[in-house]
Design a protein around this ligand. Structure first.
Ligand code: 5GP
Length: 124
């Protein structure tokens, strides 16, 4: 069920629990700013989620409140994960859902990386 992206951060959300190591995930990357792990219900051959370590509900929250260092670190982490997965030459897609119309279900900012196949039009 989509979330209200204007609500306060909930530190019990599923990605906060993955960040704390309380529940398992197939982690593929970690640095000072972000972790990345495979989506539990992949929508493409490659479907990886990149999550900032800071407590931000959505892209809106992050872009308004995160420090320049957090933003730079997170953006670089997304690029690094895609690069490490060999996605630059064939191409890939990034997606960050925000709130109800975006279909955001987990209230901790995450960027989806899709790749490994032609991805078609932007919106089905
Ligand atoms: P959203 O709709 O919020 O942009 O996307 C949430 C994504 O998180 C979905 O693609 C969903 O499959 C994934 N997801 C939800 N719960 C878990 C989980 O416990 N582990 C992993 N690895 N992915 C999850």
């Amino acid at each position: 069920m989509p979330i209200d992206a204007t609500r306060p951060y909930d530190s019990d959300n599923i990605f906060a629990r993955i960040l704390r190591g309380e529940i398992p995930a197939t982690r593929v990357y970690e640095d000072d700013w972000a972790i990345a792990f495979e989506d539990i219900n992949p929508q493409a051959e490659i479907h990886t989620l990149v999550v900032p370590k800071g407590e931000y509900v959505s892209w809106d929250d992050f872009s308004a409140k995160a420090s320049d260092a957090e933003i730079a670190g997170f953006v670089r982490a997304v690029g690094t994960v895609a690069r490490e997965k060999g996605l630059v030459e064939p191409g890939y897609r990034l997606l960050a859902n925000v709130g109800a119309h975006g279909g955001q279900e987990v209230p901790h900012l995450h960027v989806h990386i899709f790749g490994g196949q032609p991805l078609g039009r932007m919106i089905a």
